[in-house]
Ligand binder design. Structure first.
Ligand code: ZN
Length: 160
């Protein structure tokens, strides 16, 4: 699932649960639940990875991730500032904590480019994370992601 959707749901969790002890596990769990919803994740060759353990990152896959990353930063900044200027009283640390924990299972994957790659538990984790993804053709996947995105944006803007 796109990073931007993970962090938006993380922010909702950060807003609704007013305790780090709740936000951390719930936001983490939300990551895997979202990944389990059928979606389209760019051009990453999942089969190749599952068979060989080799992650081949192509230019187009990198571009999808870069766009996703840029949106994620913009949206985080938007809500971070909105919740000050709008006079809405929320604990912004919780907002960021929720977003961070909701993204963490994907951030951990960066370990693939370090020595962590050789660790057995780390490899197991990567395979687990890869296997729970529910892929679907890109059109349907994008529609599902767009619907989720709209609901989360409306919710965080306090419109629903
Ligand atoms: Zn993920």
């Amino acid at each position: 699932m796109f990073w931007v959707i993970h962090i938006l749901l993380g922010m909702v969790i950060g807003l609704e649960f007013h305790s780090a002890w709740l936000i951390i596990p719930i936001a983490l769990l939300s990551h895997f639940i979202l990944d389990y919803i059928p979606h389209w994740d760019g051009f990453f060759d999942k089969e190749l990875f599952q068979e060989t353990g080799f992650a081949k990152i192509t230019k187009r896959d990198f571009m999808v991730k870069l766009i996703d990353f840029s949106f994620m930063i913009l949206i985080t900044l938007y809500f971070y500032s909105m919740y000050i200027e709008g006079g809405m009283i929320v604990n912004k640390n919780y907002l960021i904590l929720g977003a961070f924990m909701a993204l963490l299972p994907d951030l951990v994957k960066i370990g693939y480019f370090t020595r962590l790659k050789k660790r057995k538990t780390f490899k197991k984790y990567l395979h687990f994370h890869s296997r729970i993804q529910r892929d679907i053709n890109w059109k349907k996947g994008l529609i599902i992601q767009a619907i989720l995105l709209i609901i989360l944006l409306l919710y965080l803007n306090r419109l629903i």
